[in-house]
Design a protein around this ligand. Structure first.
Ligand code: BTN
Length: 246
């Protein structure tokens, strides 16, 4: 499936996602093509944030796929596949890995990896998806301290080879992408929920009306978060509308 994929291993680039965007403007790369970098000068995170990563310490990787069988409204299932592939990679290092909706990966409740999915649309269809994954492997210090961020090394004491992990992650993504092509959506949904952080646990959230206690009950088919309040009412939230405080 990804057998013709091309690999670009860069020392430095602005952002591996941006690099693939630029490549795709001039040619249609084979599906599964990948770029990795030791360092990004303008690493990008979700919702316009930046992604900081010390040079040569972590995995910074982007992959292009062409999910022409998916409608744009079904795009979230792809995000689940990338999260599950990343989960499986990290589960080799820790048994405390979880997925925080929509697609952060946590070890012992601290963020170890982030995923940035960018869909290039043609009308209502997805022409190409660029999935960027940043995994903290060997970094030991983080800007905001160690309360909310971690790395595989901090957690397990293991120094991992990022390039070997890039190859494994590529294989994992291929496995889940194949499941998606075979329409095994229920299986993907089930696995995602199995690993979901705070599912059915009382947690503190913040929405436009302020903080409140509730429980994550699952996801809508479009990937919206279903949160049940203490009075039993259920609400659906898009990613910009809610944050999980603790
Ligand atoms: C987030 O959690 O905010 C998402 C972070 C995604 C970071 C990765 S690193 C590789 C790829 N290139 C980027 O510029 N961003 C993603």
């Amino acid at each position: 499936m990804f057998k013709n994929s091309i690999w670009f291993n860069l020392h430095e680039t602005e952002s591996t996602n941006s690099f693939l965007h630029e490549q795709l403007m001039s040619e249609k790369l084979p599906e599964g093509s990948v770029v990795t970098a030791d360092y990004q000068t303008k690493g990008r995170g979700q919702r316009g944030s930046s992604w900081q990563s010390e040079a040569g310490k972590n995995l910074l990787m982007s992959i292009v796929i062409y999910p022409d069988f998916l409608k744009a409204s079904e795009a979230f299932v792809l995000s689940k596949c990338i999260a599950l592939a990343t989960y499986d990679l990290l589960a080799d290092y820790s048994n405390q890995v979880q997925i925080k909706w929509p697609n952060d990966i946590l070890i012992e409740g601290k963020k170890v990896a982030g995923i940035l999915i960018e869909n290039i649309l043609r009308g209502a269809d997805i022409y190409a998806t660029i999935a960027g994954i940043g995994i903290n492997f060997n970094q030991q210090m983080f800007e905001g301290g160690l309360n909310s961020a971690t790395s595989v090394f901090i957690n397990s004491g293991v120094k991992a080879d990022t390039q070997i992990n890039a190859v494994k992650l590529h294989e994992n993504i291929e496995v889940y992408y194949q499941m998606l092509q075979q329409k095994k959506i229920e299986e993907i949904d089930r696995l995602y929920l199995t690993h979901l952080y705070k599912l059915n646990e009382t947690a503190l959230f913040n929405d436009a009306n302020g903080p409140f206690q509730g429980k994550i009950k699952g996801l809508s088919p479009m990937g919206l978060l279903i949160v049940e309040r203490e009075n039993g009412e259920k609400h659906l939230y898009d990613v910009k509308e809610i944050s999980l405080v603790r």
